[in-house]
Design a protein around this ligand. Structure first.
Ligand code: FMN
Length: 374
């Protein structure tokens, strides 16, 4: 239990709020690479909506419940975490910092929570596992057309001590990312795809003609023919629990569980896939109700405030994941920057809970939510 955690934990980065970090990180990054991280697809309506949707929910605080001693701890898939915020899979952390995903893993573990490493990381999954030390870790899977590649990744993840497989289902093809097309996105020559032989890195650097090389790589390599049966296939080749990432429709969440998934992440890939898709927070309540306790439900997309985390918990999410701000922290101060971002968000959540009369995450219940714009 924490006793009066305020003011927010000291950090090397003086963080006023998570948005302020983006401005600072932008100054450090090549504009093409900043655009790759910050951008969304097409008109970026969904990207904006991921933020706007939070403001249509209000929190009605409760008083005089005794909040001098508080705990933000919870579990995800049975693993204890210091607070209900995880770090989602994001490609190419080497764009932000020389230590890449190893730094993200180190910073995340130091804050007592879980980093889910992407298939397309610059560090190998073994290097990320080593950087995580004794800390828990998840591995995100993109399924390759060549199933031998996928099988090999799954076996390596199990051998390296990953405790869950996060299957991303919203990316049969890359979204229409206009910023990347306009910029003719190319990854810096020194960055490798850590999980693959050099030939993959070459394809990834040089493909795409006048368009994005990443888009060309996805098109050539990832399997757009995936179906729900592949969720079962995945379980047949591994004993790790499968978390299905990227559902929005309540029926899809139910299908995921029907096909053996242990949990789902309500997500639109940070607004990078189908533009016009709703914000995850808009769908959360319906998904939680449809799932009806059969599996844990997580959410990502536009989580920037402690009050956002509270709203998601109140509507039934077990935990949320915070994406881009972690990359801004990584850009600015490596593993310490990642720590600072997570510590800041923990501080905001702690204060929001205290001001709402919640001493534990179990106290964050649906009756705190008032729906509709003021
Ligand atoms: C630069 C970047 C790369 C990403 N790469 C992946 C990836 O490799 N696998 C994946 O499942 N999701 C990927 N995502 C989506 C994130 O996992 C997550 O859904 C999203 O970033 C959450 O939204 P937020 O950034 O608004 O917090 C990526 C997102 C960003 C910003």
């Amino acid at each position: 239990m924490l006793d009066n955690q305020f003011p927010f934990p000291d950090s090397m980065l003086d963080i006023l709020n998570l948005d302020s970090l983006e401005t600072l990180a932008r100054e450090r990054l090549d504009p093409m690479l900043y655009d790759y991280i910050a951008g969304g697809s097409a008109d970026e309506w969904t990207l904006g909506e991921n933020r706007a949707a939070w403001s249509r929910l209000q929190l009605v605080p409760r008083m005089l419940r005794g909040v001098a001693t508080r705990s933000l701890e919870t579990t995800v898939l049975g693993t204890p975490v210091s607070f209900p915020v995880l770090v989602p899979p994001m490609a190419f952390h080497g764009l932000c910092h020389v230590d890449a995903e190893a730094a993200t893993a180190k910073g995340t573990v130091a804050e007592g929570t879980i980093f889910c490493a992407s298939t397309v990381s610059n560090c190998s999954l073994e290097t990320i596992a080593e950087a995580s030390g004794d800390g828990p870790r998840w591995f995100q899977l993109y399924v390759y057309r060549d199933r031998a590649i996928t099988r090999d990744l799954v076996e390596r993840a199990a051998a390296a001590g990953y405790s869950a497989l996060c299957l991303t289902v919203d990316t049969p093809y890359g979204g229409h990312r206009e910023r990347d097309k306009r910029n003719t996105l190319r990854m810096p020559a020194h960055l490798e795809l850590g999980n693959f032989p050099r030939s993959h890195t070459d394809a990834h650097h040089h493909g795409g003609g006048s368009g994005s090389s990443l888009g060309a790589y996805i098109h050539a390599m990832w399997d757009p023919g995936l179906t729900w049966n592949d969720v079962e296939w995945l379980q047949s080749i591994s004993s790790m629990p499968v978390v299905v990432k990227g559902v929005l429709a309540p029926d899809d969440a139910v299908l995921a569980l029907d096909h053996g998934a242990t949990a789902v992440i309500v997500s639109n890939h940070g607004g990078r896939q189908l533009d016009s898709a709703p914000a995850p927070i808009t769908m959360l309540k319906a998904v939680v109700d449809a799932v009806d306790g059969r599996g844990e439900v997580y959410l990502d997309g536009g989580v920037r405030r402690g009050t956002d985390v509270m709203k998601a918990l109140a509507l039934g999410a077990r935990a949320v994941l915070v994406g881009r701000p972690v990359l801004w922290g990584l850009t600015l101060d490596g593993a310490d920057g990642v720590r600072a971002v997570l510590a800041h968000l923990r501080g905001e959540l702690d204060l929001a809970m205290a001001l709402s009369g919640c001493a534990t995450v179990a106290d964050v219940t649906r009756d705190l939510i008032l729906e509709g714009r003021p």
